[in-house]
Design a protein around this ligand. Structure first.
Ligand code: SF4
Length: 326
């Protein structure tokens, strides 16, 4: 692959955005920010990151925290398995490595919730190792630079790109090289219309030279999302509302939810909502039932319910419960 390190690093030095997690190369901070940024926009992560770091300034503090406190801080970020794995991983870093992340890609990769991408990001940014962190942004930049039409959804392609990029990593600047590649994808080599005139790699870019930037990246087949219809039952009884826990495995594992099920007689329709997950769409219809029978639920007062973590998928119905005083 063409050597793009010098122009890219020079551009990054002048153009990088000031982001809170860039203030330090501490592995703990790099790790938390990378996990939060997975499938979530930078703007949305900022506030969460700051609050998280205030609550858990060290990996030891995170490992010692009760899971419910961690989930509460995560509320709204979605993909809760990330938070659970974060907790597991913190415990392992403390018990196995004395609170210091290992400076080794394989050892990082073996920790809970850390895949190739996150291991590469921590290894390069925190430890200056030549390990690439290949996400969608980097795949797009690579596909355009080299006019490569291999579908980017292909896992073996992702690994091949990581190997190719690893060869270019400049000693002493590995972290900046990882961040610069991502920054270019996020701010210049944009998914829709790349800003080639502002790109430091324009003269090196094959897709640009051919006038074919719109042909890359090739995305590959995407499976359509499964649609699930569900009823959201706001069952009210005295000053309490019914909730139950989701199964320990699968989507939104172990989190609280409003019960689903047959619509009870006398229930009053309160609105429809849609929530889109990565592979599933929930099409929800909500119903309110006052004086509900006790059933197989846990009952919570408004204060108790508000202290729990209810997934964002239910936001529409949580707001209704709030407005009803439950
Ligand atoms: S020249 Fe355009 S297409 Fe090529 S890497 Fe730069 S922004 Fe992307």
């Amino acid at each position: 692959m063409i050597d793009l390190t010098a122009p890219l690093l020079e551009w990054y030095g002048k153009n990088k955005r000031a982001l809170p997690w860039r203030e330090s190369r501490d592995a703990y901070r790099v790790w938390v920010s990378e996990i939060m940024l997975q499938q979530t926009r930078i703007q949305a992560v900022m506030g969460y990151y700051e609050r998280f770091m205030t609550a858990f300034p060290t990996v030891e503090a995170l490992a010692a925290a009760p899971e419910e406190a961690l989930l509460k801080l995560w509320e709204g970020l979605g993909y809760y398995s990330r938070a659970r794995n974060l907790h597991k991983c913190a415990k392992e870093v403390v018990s196995r490595y004395g609170g210091r992340f290992p400076a080794d890609v394989k050892a990082l990769r073996a920790l809970p919730g850390i895949g190739d991408y996150t291991a590469g990001a921590i290894a390069s940014i925190a430890f200056d190792l030549p390990a690439a962190a290949v996400d969608g942004n980097v795949l797009r930049v690579h596909a355009r630079l080299t006019a490569d039409s291999t579908p980017v959804s292909d896992t073996s392609h992702r690994k091949a790109v990581a190997r190719e990029l690893a060869e270019l990593y400049p000693a002493g600047h590995c972290g900046d090289f990882t961040s610069a590649l991502m920054e270019l994808g996020e701010t210049v080599c944009l998914p829709g219309a790349p800003r080639c005139a502002a790109c430091p790699l324009q003269t090196l870019c094959e897709a640009n030279a051919r006038g074919e930037t719109e042909l890359y990246p090739v995305m590959g087949e995407k499976k359509p999302r499964r649609i699930e219809a569900r009823n959201v039952l706001l069952l009210l009884r005295g000053n309490r509302i019914a909730l139950r826990k989701r199964p320990e495995k699968g989507l939104l594992a172990g989190l609280w939810e409003f019960p689903d099920g047959e619509v009870p007689e006398n229930a009053e329709f309160c609105g429809e909502a849609v929530h889109i997950f990565t592979h599933v769409e929930w099409h929800m219809k909500g119903y309110i039932l006052r004086d509900a029978p006790e059933g197989d639920y846990r009952w919570f007062t408004r204060e108790e319910r508000q202290a729990l973590t209810l997934p964002t998928a239910f936001r529409f119905y949580t707001a209704i419960a709030d407005s009803l005083g439950f």
